[in-house]
Design a protein around this ligand. Sequence first.
Ligand code: SF4
Length: 459
Amino acid sequence: MTSSLRAAPALVARFGDVLLRHQAAIRRLQWVMVALYAVLLTVPLLLPLPTHTDYVWSNAVRFAQFVFWGVWWPFIILATALVGRFWCGILCPEGALSEFASQRGAGRAIPGWMKWSGWPVVSFVSTTVYGQLTSIYQYPRPAALLLGGSTFAAIVIGARYGKVKRVWCRFLCPVNGVFGIVSKIAPLHFRVDPDSWRIGQQGRSNAVNCAPLIPIKTMQGASACHMCGRCSGYRGAIRLCWRNPASDIVHGSGRLATMWETILIVPVLLGLVPAALHWSDSGLFQVIRLWLVERCLDLHLVWPLSLRLPWWILTDYPLENDVMTSVDAVALLTLLSASVTAATLMFGIPLAACARILRMKGGFSHHLTQALIPLAAACLFSGLLSLTVSQLRSDGVVIPYSDQFRGGIILAAAAWSAALVFRIGVFYDTRLANRVLATLIMAVPITSFSIAWIAAFLS
Ligand code: SF4
């Protein structure tokens, strides 16, 4: 091993210690992020909506939209996949405000209902659908309502429950589940060494405040860890270090995967998300909408075609020639439901078949479903990147090879997901033929989905 390779793990571990030593600086950075977030959320509310002659670089509303949806979200997802949840622990304004409120709050015990493991799915799905119904990417008011409402709820939860904790982030944050899934492929994590922990004689031993309430001693993988660095070096047992990006899925927390993680990966990230990010360009949406309009006309029902609802229920900007009628909303919800159903069947049936071939218990394997995480993460990132590309394109800025780049990411992730099926299979069936057969079966939906998704954003 060369000296530079030997130095890499030590350097990474040292970075974890740097985070620990500079917690005060991290707090200050978080307040800068809070101020930036507040400005981006509120200033556009005070300004008129942009016209077609306004650009990202000349109009504050367009600029805020671009920062939120063109930079902030896609690159948080990318960063989470590349380095873990540093965003959550170091930069997230919502988490920082929730913890700040918790420091001074009532410190009550966390109620049982809040610990329900379905919240990450329910909150992500409801905010995604509501965001589409109100055109959150286009207008400042729904963005302020949804993001500001989420931040307000985070502060209230922080002020009521836990002491210097991030109860909101751990249990209710709408993107907690998605970040947890995506971070499983990150090559960085805080590793806990059980032997060193048992001995516990090296390193510091003063108590650690793990704000997202992780039982650090038994922590599996990096899914729930916010990478804040506060536990770095604790008992000489915790270190920031590199890992094989597949290791958590194949050997670690992937083996303990739950039904809710499967729901988040298949129907949500591979079904709901592509449709939610692409519905306005979808031919199927137009077909459904036309069919509904014809049925309304057949039945002499005019109100579903003309009824306008407030902007906080359905998009309502008549001066922009942008109004979502009840028929549009039903067509959108039908499209989203169809996409969720299609993804569930498309991946669920082959997954069940593979579970039988590999003789997995119960006829279905949540562990095997984790093989789809690279594809799901790539789908989310490339979909959000469409917002970046389209916003810049509308201002005359064309990013060369952006479509090829997104297509390449999808194809690489698809190949990785297929390879993970093969690697996970060995835990359940050592016969090579069965593992190859399972991989080939899963390659069918993985390839079909990838081609369809690439075709969607190339169209
Ligand atoms: S385990 Fe907790 S304290 Fe340690 S880095 Fe992760 S979030 Fe921070």
